[in-house]
Design a protein around this ligand. Sequence first.
Ligand SMILES: Cc1cc2nc3c(=O)[nH]c(=O)nc-3n(C[C@H](O)[C@H](O)[C@H](O)COP(=O)(O)OP(=O)(O)OC[C@H]3O[C@@H](n4cnc5c(N)ncnc54)[C@H](O)[C@@H]3O)c2cc1C
Length: 411
Amino acid sequence: MNPVLVVGAGPVGLSAALALRARGLPVLLLEADPKNRERPGSRALFVHRETLRLLDGMQPGLADEITSYGQTWHTRRTLYRGREVYSRTYPPPTGTPPFTSLRQVDTERFLRAACERAGVDFEWDARVTDVHSTASGVRLTGEDGRVWSGGFAIAADGARSTLRRELGIAMEGSRGEGFHVVVDVADVPGAELPLERVFHYEHPGVGRRSVMRVPFTGGFQVDLQCRDDDQQEAYGTEEAVRRWLPSVVGDGYTERILWVSTYRFLRKVAASFTDPHGRVLLVGEAAHLFPPFGARGMNSGIADAAAAAHAVAAAAGAEGAEGAVAAGAEGAAGAVASVAEFAAVRRAAALFNSAAAGEALDHLRPRRRIVRVKQRAAATLAPVLPWCGSWLEHAPYGPRGGTPVAAGGTY
Ligand SMILES: Cc1cc2nc3c(=O)[nH]c(=O)nc-3n(C[C@H](O)[C@H](O)[C@H](O)COP(=O)(O)OP(=O)(O)OC[C@H]3O[C@@H](n4cnc5c(N)ncnc54)[C@H](O)[C@@H]3O)c2cc1C
């Protein structure tokens, strides 16, 4: 049987490979980077409970492995111009925690080890440059001329997806103004900061820019929200971070910076999550880009991966061991339908997530003065009207409710 081809060994491609193996399908994972590559910074920290459940379904025990390494904190605080407006400590959860926080490099380390245990075949130094799909399968070509063929390919090759581009699938959406600075900082051993997530509106130490601090295993991430007219050199270089970091987290951390990056907000969703033949399935950042608030990027990408594996297994089952050519009209139609369902359901989930991230952004980077006025009023009233503090606490992450991560089914 031809392997399913997965392109990209980021968290989403690794999850797709694992999910396919869990369904007994052979997998060849093609990755452009070399085997001993170094991945950048922490990026996605949160692994949500729904994601942990999906991963555990792909390899029992994996969720425990990840949560016993990650951090779960029970206290959330919100401040406004130096004054606390919300604080809540939750009782420790029983069973699977609501989330766990660890650097993306660590999540990828666990996923890669799980793939190796599950028998995924890896091909490193394999940059795919061309894709050709037909009604019966897909052929990928590498930059060195190698060719790989399979019944299906899962495109998990990230934001600049070559497969998406080669298939001519457009990304639709918008690019926001301004930028954020993300800094990973290592703990000072023996003097760790309290295990809590803190969102600070209009922090007086950084010229009333908003700042968030989030713990992860071994350190914490600081996210500084810059203004539209801020210069990157003034806030986003390591030298600049050394200047402003002490006023946010105190002294003693400037020599403990692990990684600095800046990012701009993109809210984009692919016009289609598959090609016209239903042979290539787009997942993760190859299919959608969201601002990080609400932690929707990697989490929804892993839900895409689970759904794609489900669709490919159903399609391969409909075609039978002899493949598409021998399947007959009914088998071929069944295969096409399962991929089409994947594409529709996961695109709807991506649009939901994009809208939710948009709501969070409207709150974080208000275009209208009235939103800032409401925030200031809520901060003033929070001591007497606790729901005002609660609104300030929750709004930066977008709407609650619904099932934004795994929206659209159980895999
Ligand atoms: C600053 C920042 C903060 C973030 N914070 C969060 C967060 O808090 N929560 C959250 O959920 N998400 C967050 N994200 C998003 C998260 O990092 C991404 O959603 C996640 O990395 C996407 O995973 P992926 O596997 O789709 O793509 P990637 O991680 O980009 O992986 C793609 C892989 O494909 C490989 N590749 C690319 N092209 C080819 C090719 N042609 N051939 C073969 N291989 C190829 C690449 O080398 C790479 O290994 C953040 C992102 C950034 C930048």
